[in-house]
Structures are given as C-alpha cells and as structure tokens.
Design a protein around this ligand. Structure first.
Ligand SMILES: *[C@@H]1O[C@H](CO)[C@@H](O)[C@H](O)[C@H]1NC(C)=O
Ligand SMILES: *[C@@H]1O[C@H](CO)[C@@H](O)[C@H](O)[C@H]1NC(C)=O
Length: 285
C-alpha cells in the first residue's frame, strides 16, 4: 500500500531528525556551596523543560556527593526527566561510595530514570589515573548495573584531547559511548572561529571512536569572566555560540550544554541567573 509506505518513510525520516538528545549539565551545589534540594532539582528540570527545546535530559557529575542521586532522582521521576549519571572514580573509598549510591537509587527507584552512566569525568585529562585502571572501573560498574537489569549505556566523559591520545585507547575499548568535553573558549578561540574549532574537536574524537557513539557532554561559552587569548566572554558571544553550535548540534549529535546555573564562577557559563531566568534568548533554533 503506497500510502502506508509513504507514511512509514515520513515517520522514519522524522525519527531520524529526532534521533539526537539535547541535554544540560546541572551542578549539585548552589553558589554558596550548599547542596541542591529535591525542590531545587525539580525547579531546574521544570525550567529546562519549559525551554522551546523542551530539554528532558540532564547530566549530573556524581552519585553520592551532595546526595545527588538520592535528592535528584525523585525530581527526575516526577518531571519525566532522565539523568546521565556520574560515578566518581577517585579515590578508592569515594568510588565505593559512588557505586553504593547508584545501587541504592536503582533499588529504590528502578532504572527508567537513567539515560546513561558515565564512569569518571576528565580523569585522564587531569592525569589522575591510568587508562587501564579506568577501563577496569567501566567494566566493573557495567557489571554491577547489568545485575539489576539496567541496559542503558555505560561510558566515560573526558576532554576531546584525552580521547585522541592513543595512550588512552583501552578506555575507548571499554566504553559504550565516548562523552567528550570541548571548549573553544579554553582553546583561545575567537567567537568567530569557535564553531569550526568545536566541530574539528568532534571530528577528531569520532575518528578514534572505534565506531562507538560520541556525545558532547560539555560545551558552552562564558557569559562573563576573563578573556582567554582571543576568547572573550560576553552575553552576546554566549548567545552566538548557542545559536551556531547548540542549534546545529541538535540535528547532528547528542549534546549536553554547559551549564544550567553557575552565576558566581569566573568564567561563568551559566544560562540561568540567580533569579532563575535565562540570561539570553534561547528561542527555538
Ligand atoms: C598522552 O597521555 C600521556 C599519559 O597521560 C602523556 O604523557 C602524553 O603527554 C599525552 N600526549 C599528548 C600528545 O598530549
Ligand atoms: C567534520 O566532519 C563533517 C563530516 O565529515 C564535515 O562535513 C565537516 O566539514 C567537518 N568539520 C570540520 C570543522 O572539520
């Protein structure tokens, strides 16, 4: 039936266009250092869903720190948000506490709220660990969550420069996805060159990914703070970077923007100010 086929083809092309996830990084701490409460996570998730892009996926950096999963998962479930979970890998005691917090959250709430799990964050960039230790932890966490029926991907987040370093290839072999952090700002790029610098870092990471999915787990442009070479923070530049990178990325790659809120940092990448309002216009792309 011709009509049905046309419809199916249309549906397929539509789902292809929708195949990429757009998310946001959400920090566990308020600017005064206190931990976000469940009510604050709920507000954050509702504000992200109210954006024209209807963001329903967030990345958290840790599981036990600030009781992140215990406090955030109820907010995720009540708002229909999914979490890219972070499991901190250092040191041994911290890693054990992180795994225990993830296990407790799964036991209490099942796993429909999990988008994926990242074991570690920029550990290779910092030179805090070796590729073989980190790869072992990826296998370890995957083994643990699979026992609970969790089928979501288990990967690792690091800077694109760490991924393209062949010393770290054991981690690429271990992961289900490569989460890459890339900031043209920290590469001293002008705002004009920033999209090209960004897409070059994505392409370089894809080239070493052994065919595995590459997600952008952090990128953004500061609204305020110090210049970094030719990189100049400003609200106008942040908005330009959003329009030229985020808006294009939504049809090309999974992306987690940096960051929901960080209004007391220098540089400050936060999109939402202390009153909870978007600092610049995030209209549909
Ligand atoms: C790759 O990583 C190794 C181990 O951390 C480091 O010694 C080396 O300098 C890195 N190579 C480059 C090109 O950054
Ligand atoms: C990245 O790769 C894509 C696909 O091969 C290509 O179209 C694009 O021009 C590349 N971007 C840069 C900045 O190299």
């Amino acid at each position: 039936m011709r009509f049905t086929n046309t419809l199916a083809a249309f549906a397929a092309s539509f789902s292809l266009a929708q195949a990429f996830t757009s998310g946001f990084n959400v920090a566990a701490n308020n600017p005064d250092g206190s931990c976000l409460t469940t009510a604050q996570y709920t507000t954050a998730f509702q504000k992200l869903q109210a954006l024209p892009q209807k963001i329903k996926t967030v990345r958290l950096y840790a599981s036990s720190d600030c009781n992140q999963l215990a406090l955030a998962v109820p907010a995720a479930i009540s708002t229909g948000t999914q979490i890219l979970v972070g499991v901190w890998t250092e040191d041994e005691a911290h890693y054990t506490a992180e795994k225990a917090a993830l296990q407790s959250a799964i036991q209490a709430h099942g796993h429909s709220w999990i988008y994926a799990i990242s074991v570690g964050s920029e550990d290779l960039y910092r030179g805090d660990t070796t590729a073989s230790t980190l790869a072992g932890q990826v296998y370890d966490v995957r083994g643990m969550v699979r026992q609970y029926g969790v089928t979501q991907p288990v990967g690792h987040v690091d800077t694109w420069t760490a991924w393209v370093n062949s010393t770290n290839s054991a981690v690429i072999t271990a992961v289900d996805f490569l989460g890459m952090d890339g900031y043209p700002y920290f590469q001293y790029s002008s705002i004009g060159d920033a999209p090209s610098v960004f897409w070059t870092s994505v392409n370089n990471t894809k080239n070493v990914a052994q065919g595995k999915p590459v997600w952008v787990t952090e990128t953004g442009w500061p609204v305020s703070g110090s210049n970094f070479g030719a990189a100049v923070p400003s609200i106008g530049n942040a908005r330009k970077y959003w329009r030229e990178v985020f808006c294009k990325a939504t049809s090309e790659i999974d992306i987690f923007w940096y960051v929901y809120q960080d209004y007391s940092s220098n540089p400050s990448f936060g999109i939402f100010n202390s009153a909870g309002n978007a600092i610049y216009d995030l209209k549909s792309c």
